[in-house]
Design a protein. Structure first.
Ligand SMILES: [Zn+2]
Length: 246
């Protein structure tokens, strides 16, 4: 770099050299001014990124939900809805898919791990059980290793994932949703290097259910869907606040 510069200056005439120097000084002044202008606003907040993983997609339909709707369609719709709620609150979102496409588990983990996210949420839906099932990986917590095996990479993050599950649990309960907390081997999450939980939406708890209608119809209910999306967004905002506290 340096030698190239001195060569190019040597070939310039004395006059053009001084013009070039004046231009450089002026440019430096502009740079300094723009740097000062950038420093004027308050210190930038730490980067906060959420990964939304709409499970299944393409040939992988997932389970069959009310009205024959495949799980893959439900998870994508929830991902889209949640993404816009988070974006409206200034949260950067990375998704593993935006359409009805095949995305294998390794690719999903790759996307999540390149995002350096503070929260990774894998979305599922089921007709079994009721309320929202919240899972963290069942891998035993481990110290971060320099070379982590792909399928167990989540082990170094399990403690943070359990903390995230706690915050999401509170958010869902606060919204009046029934929650079942669990730990399980999660193919979608065990390779992720971020605080990660799987959120599986089941029909509303029978107690909340209007008399007469079959409980499985709940998953179609736009009010139920938006309540869940709002509660998840609120929980992620809370998680961001906690993450920023020293
Ligand atoms: Zn699923």
């Amino acid at each position: 770099m340096r030698s190239t510069k001195s060569v190019s200056m040597r070939v310039l005439g004395r006059r053009s050299l001084s013009v070039a120097l004046a231009a450089m000084v002026a440019a430096a002044g502009l740079l300094a001014r723009s740097a000062a202008a950038q420093e004027a606003p308050p210190a930038p907040q730490a980067r906060f990124v959420v990964v939304l993983d709409a499970a299944h997609g393409g040939d992988d339909l997932g389970g069959k939900l009310a009205g024959g709707v495949p799980e893959k369609a439900f998870t994508l719709a929830l991902s889209v809805r949640l993404r816009s709620l988070l974006a409206a609150r200034g949260i950067q979102v990375v998704t593993t898919r935006e359409s009805d496409t095949n995305v294998d588990l390794n690719r999903r983990a790759d996307i999540a791990n390149h995002a350096n996210a503070q929260a990774c949420i894998s979305l599922h839906a089921t007709l079994s059980g009721s309320g929202v099932h919240l899972y963290a990986s069942s891998l035993p917590p481990a110290e971060p290793a320099r070379f982590t095996a792909f399928k167990t990479a989540q082990a170094a993050w399990v403690t943070r994932s359990l903390a995230l599950a706690g915050v999401v649990n509170s958010g869902l309960l606060h919204a009046g949703l029934a929650v079942t907390l669990g730990r399980t081997a999660l193919l979608s999450v065990d390779s992720m290097t971020c605080p990660a939980v799987a959120v599986e939406i089941a029909p509303k708890s029978p107690a909340d259910h209007a008399a007469g209608a079959p409980p499985i119809a709940d998953l179609d209910d736009p009010d139920y869907q938006s309540k869940i999306a709002e509660a998840l967004a609120a929980a992620l905002l809370e998680w961001r606040t906690e993450a920023r506290e020293p």
